[in-house]
Write a protein of this length. Structure first.
Length: 227
């Protein structure tokens, strides 16, 4: 489902005479349907950079990033938008929502964007919020007012609302208490059972060992860090 081939990335420092800093070279990875691969490596090795390239937030210097039959590295913006709507989900560490939009609508949005009936979308959103222990009296409020752990659970609910064939998880259990951590790991396991291909970053080693099928040390692709 996910195939990364010989991907490289450099950052240009325009305020320092255009100097280029190579941050990744020759990254390759394949993830099958129903498989979870955890990215590991030292801080600064490029785990988040690789995730952002897969999602299309960063351009690549070379290589291919195939999600199904779409090459993210060369796709047009409209193709990236369609890919994110129908195929590739992303649960980040940070909540990014339009202010004043209710929590219920934030979670329902991926379903509405793919044509789900509005009533059905909100019913599914309610079930996710209940499962993730977000109290019903908060659903009509903007999640921007919530605690860090509550915001993270809203992020997770939104990321799992639509059954994406491919999913990126950036620290999905960060800021969570043991009860909600167990809920999230259960949701990830269910997604794998349904055939979702998952790439994740887990600094929670126990969670990573429980949910991932294998790991990839990205340090091998990092200039200056690779052995």
């Amino acid at each position: 489902m996910i195939s990364i081939e010989n991907v490289s990335k450099s950052f240009k420092l325009h305020n320092q005479g255009g100097a280029e800093i190579p941050v990744m070279r020759g990254a390759s990875l394949r993830v099958a349907a129903g498989e979870c691969v955890a990215l590991v490596g030292a801080s600064g090795a490029g785990k988040s950079t690789l995730m952002r390239m897969i999602y299309g937030n960063y351009l690549t210097a070379s290589g291919r990033i195939m999600i199904g039959d779409v090459d993210v590295a060369s796709a047009a913006p409209r193709e990236i938008i369609a890919l994110r709507r129908n195929t590739l989900g992303y649960v980040s560490q940070f909540l990014r929502v339009v202010p004043r939009v209710s929590t219920l609508d934030v979670v329902a949005e991926p379903l509405l964007a793919t044509g789900t009936d509005a009533v059905d979308a909100r019913v599914q959103a309610q079930k996710l919020l209940e499962r993730l222990n977000i109290p019903a009296h908060l659903w009509s409020l903007s999640p921007t007012t919530f605690s860090g752990g509550e915001q993270q659970r809203v992020n997770i609910a939104r990321g799992f609302a639509f059954p994406y064939p491919a999913l990126l998880l950036d620290e999905p259990t960060a800021s969570l208490d043991p009860k909600n951590r167990a809920v999230v790991l259960g949701m990830i396991a269910e997604a794998k059972t349904l055939g979702t291909a998952i790439i994740g970053i887990f600094h929670d080693h126990v969670a990573r060992d429980e949910i991932s099928d294998r790991t990839l040390d990205v340090t091998q692709f990092t200039p200056g860090l690779a052995a």
